[in-house]
Every structure is written in structure tokens, then in C-alpha cells.
Design a binder for this molecule. Structure first.
Ligand SMILES: [Mn+2]
Length: 337
């Protein structure tokens, strides 16, 4: 029997009653995007474009959602007057979805959504209040390791450095090809960071070797992981409408391989993921459709991980109560009090 098509839902798939197995959570957030504009409309454009994604997934060898109850939330837009208060709003919005009962996939919005998502993972039973157990795997053109951009410490250009400040244990990056000297120094000096530069992995002669090393790092990983996919990690030709498209990036199949290898690691539980910096493209849906295809691949690889025992829903009784946290009163590492 054909499912009823619902254009407001990811992949057009209506949710069923009962608890969600997968939650697709649009975060229409745009406050600090530096170059292009339009990330606020990106999540909805991605959901609309996802109607054209084939439900048959070759990794899963079956049709999505493979019996799972996938729910797509309504667009969330922060309303508060300041950026920090908006981050607190996002934190409150996402926290209930990061307690391990379902798999959350966030659609952004600018990459500035990452710190509140990371902070919210601390209440996940596998993180258990200790963010040093968490690894963030990032595909991105930019290192996002600035201490600030034009004085703003919560700029999207600082998403990774703020996640480190929150206390994550490791940061693995690939696709990186646009960064400042400050960021280059932090990559060298901070032992938690492992960066694979696009100039190495995309090198016309030796790129294959560097790419194989990236996959090996993913295979050796263990513990809980959040996967963050800034679509500008892909080559700019695939995502020309994103805020800052950059040439020389990852191919579509390298992004797919990263997702497949990460979710296939038996020592890893990918507890959450986001696809961000999606911007509606108007002359062609290429940008939002590319994002939708990769978001669907994340869902498929999660379902395969669940089927093969690498992910299971946590019992409600194991929900971790973490101390109250506020970005409003957050102090950046190394900043004066
Ligand atoms: Mn980014």
C-alpha cells in the first residue's frame, strides 16, 4: 500500500501515532551568517526538496522509513532579542530530543546552531553529563575555530571552538580549506582537534591516500558521536546557494562514504546529527536537494545501525538531569571575567 504523501514532512512521509523513532527538527536560525543570506529558509526548502529523494536507499537495501516512525517538527524560529538568549531558546527546544529516546536530525540554519545542540547532548544517557566523552565529526569548508568574528564569539565561524569550550573530548574535521592563521594555530596546539585539509584529501595525485587515512580515523573512533555536516564542506559546485560556497571541496560520494563509515563503526553510537547552512536556491533546487539527499543518507545509516544493534533507544528512566546552563552567562575560554 502506498503511504499518503505529506509535503510538510521530510521525504513526504507522514508520521504515525506513538513515540518518534526519528525526529527531523528544522532550526530556521540566521543571525550571524557573514556572506550570503537566506539560511533561515533553508530547512523548509530542504524538506520540500526531499519529496524528490528516492525512498529506496542502497545502503539500507530497502525503502525509507523502513517501518520507523519519523516525525518532522514545525519550523522553529528563535524570538529573543539577543543572540545569546536565542541560543538559550534553541537549547530549550532541542534538549527533549537529545535524551536518547529517538534519533534527532537537525536541519539548519546557520552553523551557529551547533553549540546549543552540543550542550543539549550532555543530558543524553551515553554522555551522562560529561561532554568530554563526546566526539564531534564535522564536514565543513571552514574550520569554525575562530575565537570570535567581528567581536561575536557565537558567530557561525566559531561553532567548533565554542563546542570545544563547552568541553567536548574530540573534534574530527574534513573538507577544511578556508581558515585563518589563528585557526591554523589552534589546530596544531589543541590535542583534541584532528583536521583533514581538502588540499590533501582532494589532491589530484595523492588525495586517495589522505582520504583513506580520514576513513581509518573514523573506523578507530569509539563512544558517542554527534555528526555535523556543514554543506559548504561539499564542493561549491554542488551547493552554490549556501552562504559561502568554496571551490575545491568534497565530492558527494565522499560525504556519503563518511556517513556510511561513521555509522558502521561498531564501537560508535551516533546519537545525533545536523545538516546546516542550507539556503534555498531559486534557479534550480540543487543546493537544497543535495542537502536532502545527504540528510536521507543519515537517516538510512541510522536505521541500519539500529537494525544491526549499534543504536538502541535509552530507557526513559536513564534520562540525565544536568545542571542548568545558560549561553547568556557563558564565558569564553581565555576571556577576561
Ligand atoms: Mn561551518
Amino acid at each position: 500500500m502506498d503511504e499518503v504523501f505529506d509535503a510538510s514532512q521530510f521525504l513526504g512521509l507522514p508520521s504515525s501515532s506513538g513515540p518518534a523513532d526519528i525526529a527531523v527538527i528544522p532550526l530556521a536560525y540566521e543571525l550571524t551568517t557573514s556572506y550570503g543570506m537566506g539560511t533561515a529558509g533553508g530547512p523548509r526548502a530542504c524538506i520540500q526538496a526531499s519529496a524528490q529523494v528516492e525512498l529506496f536507499d542502497s545502503t539500507l537495501n530497502g525503502d525509507l522509513p523502513a517501518g520507523a516512525n519519523m516525525v518532522t517538527l514545525e519550523d522553529f524560529e528563535a524570538q529573543a532579542a539577543t543572540l545569546r538568549l536565542q541560543l538559550d531558546e534553541i537549547l530549550n527546544h532541542v534538549t527533549p530530543w537529545l535524551r536518547g529516546q529517538c534519533f534527532p536530525l537537525f536541519l539548519g540554519g546557520e552553523h551557529g546552531i551547533l553549540p546549543p545542540i552540543i550542550q543539549a547532548t550532555s543530558s543524553h544517557p551515553l554522555v551522562n553529563g560529561d561532554l568530554s566523552t563526546l566526539t564531534v565529526v564535522q564536514l565543513d569548508a571552514h574550520a569554525d575555530l575562530r575565537s570570535h568574528l567581528n567581536g561575536e564569539v557565537f558567530s557561525h565561524a566559531c561553532a567548533a571552538s565554542r563546542s570545544l569550550d563547552l568541553g567536548i573530548g574530540r573534534l574530527l574535521q574534513a573538507g577544511i580549506r578556508a581558515y585563518s592563521s589563528e585557526e591554523a594555530q589552534r589546530i596544531v596546539s589543541d590535542e583534541r582537534i584532528t583536521t583533514f585539509f581538502a588540499r590533501d584529501t582532494q589532491h589530484p595525485h595523492t588525495g586517495g591516500t589522505a582520504w583513506a587515512e580520514w576513513l581509518d580515523v573514523l573506523r578507530e573512533l569509539n563512544g558517542p558521536v554527534h555528526f555535523t555536516l556543514d554543506i559548504d564542506g561539499l564542493d561549491g559546485s554542488l551547493v552554490p546557494a549556501t552562504g559561502t560556497p568554496v571551490p575545491g571541496g568534497l565530492s558527494y560520494w565522499q560525504a556519503v562514504e563518511t556517513i556510511e563509515v561513521l555509522f558502521a563503526n561498531p564501537k560508535v553510537t551516533v546519537i545525533s546529527a545536523d545538516v546546516n547552512e542550507i539556503t534555498p536556491q531559486h534557479d534550480t533546487p540543487l543546493t537544497q536537494f543535495t542537502a536532502a539527499c545527504l540528510a536521507a543518507k543519515i537517516v538510512a545509516c541510522h536505521l541500519l545501525a539500529k537494525r544491526e544493534g549499534r543504536w538502541q533507544a535509552c530507557e526513559a528512566a536513564t534520562i540525565v538531569e544536568t545542571p542548568l546552563f545558560s549561553f547568556e552567562s557563558f564565558k569564553q575560554e581565555g576571556s577576561s571575567p
